[in-house]
Design a protein around this ligand. Structure first.
Ligand code: TYD
Ligand code: MG
Length: 561
């Protein structure tokens, strides 16, 4: 018998059996009850051989059968082919023209991109393109029907909030945890940005090693470190410099997202690290790696993977010249956490701050030092900006200590002033806003009577720190007075307070925290605004004297006696 004849026979036979069966259920519906047919079909449809269920067997074997036009398999009226808003669904694939440079999409072809004006960059894409990619990859396209609204109590049941996060150990781990708001949250997507060479790869390799060596259960856990920028040998070389020998740390050099995730998933990693989002690409998406469309789609794919598998992904992101994260802004919206690593060019200190955190405060700051063996936590960050020469300040006029806050951290910084009389009345400021410095100098001249107008004044903040808080005003004024009066300020005095135009001292936020830090570092005296003295007076500050002053005149009379 010809194949086409067999198909025709199948169709006729099945249609008849179905109709008979519907009229009289006692009539057998299974092919296996017709030996002459079962002999023919058992090979081509093996499922029939094993199945006993008639209801199951028939539709699977006869998928070409359409029971009746306008009805479904159970005889119910068929739903019209409409989408959720009632528009008729389009059966045909639609195409759009997407710019390979900027990702702009247009309904028709143009010689130049109407968004970025690039010539000849428009490429034709099927609108269902990303769906094609997702076929067979459950993490790429979550099926809406699979999840259901859940009660909050059901969601939280069985989750121990204390053991939920992946903990990081030791001083380095504590510093990273501080910024993350705890350990790494399972299923989260964390983006780490920063200037080239600041230490992003080093930071994430150290985190990877820490988890690979000892996870929350005290057992090593697999971690995959994927780099699109470096070869596995280069990463291995860095790991060697950092004395990392974790057995469970897997290195992989690739740039294709599907391949990266496909090969990582079977290892059941505790964490995946991708260095960097600008080097990876997703097949079927317009543009080259690092382009807006690729960055957006790759991040979305990584997010879906993380949420689906509960494996957290730490991503490295480049920054542009202006210091923003490279790529579309939507990138920062997609990820759960955005961390930013910063450091001065000639300083070994690195600050890690959080710009966005869905699982904690953005007020935290991690302080590290880049050493020969990688990033180390700084043991006492509050005094790291104080210069060594400060111990000589009993002999040096023009130095004063200010107390500033960055996030929830307190730092003591040293302000230097030099008043050179007789020279042209030039002003140079470094690390202080010029307009603020001008204001403080004018207030000193007008309200305290200091004859600063015939002096060239130089102001500097030690260690390249930028003094952007008004809490540092009093220290700036004190440093100028000290230099002008050639009266060194004893090195155990700190200054906190804002200076007003009338020369009055004003309160600044978080006075207590600032004063506490000063006291802990062994200072003997802290000059604060009078209004703060009362509220601070009730607290014990380890024997440190707190002196409240109403205005700059009082400060001069107290300190430069
Ligand atoms: P890297 O992590 O490669 O920076 P990024 O990924 O942000 O571009 O770090 C680069 C710098 O860090 C490099 O200039 C050398 C320095 N470094 C050290 O000082 N000590 C070390 O142990 C390591 C690994 C790097
Ligand atoms: Mg790097």
């Amino acid at each position: 018998m010809q194949v086409s004849d067999m198909r025709a026979l199948r169709l006729i036979f099945y249609t008849k059996t179905q109709r008979l069966h519907r009229l009289n259920p006692s009539i057998p519906n299974s092919l296996s009850s017709f030996p002459q047919f079962s002999r023919h079909f058992l090979h081509s449809t093996p499922s029939l051989h094993h199945s006993n269920s008639t209801a199951e067997t028939a539709p699977r074997a006869w998928s070409i059968y359409d029971p009746a036009p306008g009805t479904d398999g159970n005889g119910n009226a068929k739903k019209p082919n409409l989408d959720i808003v009632g528009n008729k669904k389009k059966g045909k694939a639609r195409f759009s023209w997407v710019c390979a440079d900027c990702g702009h999409s247009d309904g028709q072809w143009w010689g130049t991109c109407r968004q970025c004006n690039a010539v000849g960059t428009l490429k034709r894409f099927s609108e269902g393109g990303s769906a094609e990619v997702s076929e067979g990859k459950t993490w790429l396209s979550p099926k809406a029907g699979e999840s259901q609204p859940m009660r909050l109590t059901d969601v939280n049941r069985g989750i121990n909030q204390l053991n939920w996060r992946i903990p990081l150990y030791g001083p380095f781990g504590n510093e990273v945890s501080r910024v993350l708001g705890g350990g790494i949250v399972p299923g989260s997507l964390v983006l780490v940005g920063g200037d080239p060479g600041v230490g992003k790869s080093t930071l994430l390799l150290q985190i990877a090693a820490m988890i690979a060596e000892r996870n929350d259960l005290g057992q090593p856990a697999p971690v995959v470190y994927v780099s699109g920028e470096e070869s596995v040998e280069q990463i291995g070389n860095r790991a060697d410099r950092l004395s990392i020998g974790a057995d469970e740390l897997f290195l992989y050099s690739n740039t294709e997202i599907e391949d990266i995730l496909g090969k990582s998933q079977p290892l059941s990693p505790r964490v995946i690290i991708v260095d960097s989002i600008q080097t990876v690409y997703l097949e079927g998406v317009a543009g080259s790696a690092g382009g807006p469309a690729q960055v957006k789609e790759c991040t979305s794919a990584l997010l879906r993977f993380a949420k689906k598998t509960n494996i957290p992904i730490l991503l490295i992101g480049h920054v542009t010249k202006s210091g923003d994260l490279a790529g579309p802004h939507v990138l920062e919206h997609i990820v759960d956490v955005v961390l930013y690593m910063e450091g001065e060019k000639y300083s070994s200190y690195r600050l890690l701050r959080s710009l966005k955190n869905r699982f904690g405060s953005t007020d935290e700051l991690g302080v590290f030092e880049m050493s020969q063996s990688g990033l180390q936590a700084v043991s006492n960050p509050s005094e790291m900006f104080l210069s060594d020469q400060y111990s000589d300040s009993e002999y040096l006029a023009g130095l004063a200590v200010a107390v500033i806050m960055d996030g929830s951290r307190t730092f003591l910084i040293e302000v230097q002033a030099l008043c050179a009389s007789g020279s042209t009345a030039a002003r140079q400021v470094n690390g202080i806003q010029a307009s603020r410095a001008d204001m403080i100098i004018s207030v000193l001249m007008k309200q305290t009577g200091l004859k600063l107008q015939e002096n060239a004044i130089f102001l500097n903040v030690v260690s390249g720190v930028k003094l952007s808080e008004t809490a540092g005003d009093l220290a700036v004024a004190a440093a100028i007075c000290s230099s002008f009066l050639e009266f060194p300020i004893p090195n155990n005095i700190a200054f906190i307070g804002e200076v007003g135009l009338g020369g009055e001292l004003r309160m600044v936020p978080r006075m207590e925290k600032r004063v506490n830090t000063v006291a802990k570092l062994g200072y003997k005296m802290c000059i604060v605004p009078k209004s703060a003295e009362k509220s601070l007076g009730s607290h014990g500050f380890e024997g440190m004297e707190i002196i409240g002053c109403r205005n700059l005149k009082e400060v001069i009379n107290t300190v430069f006696r």
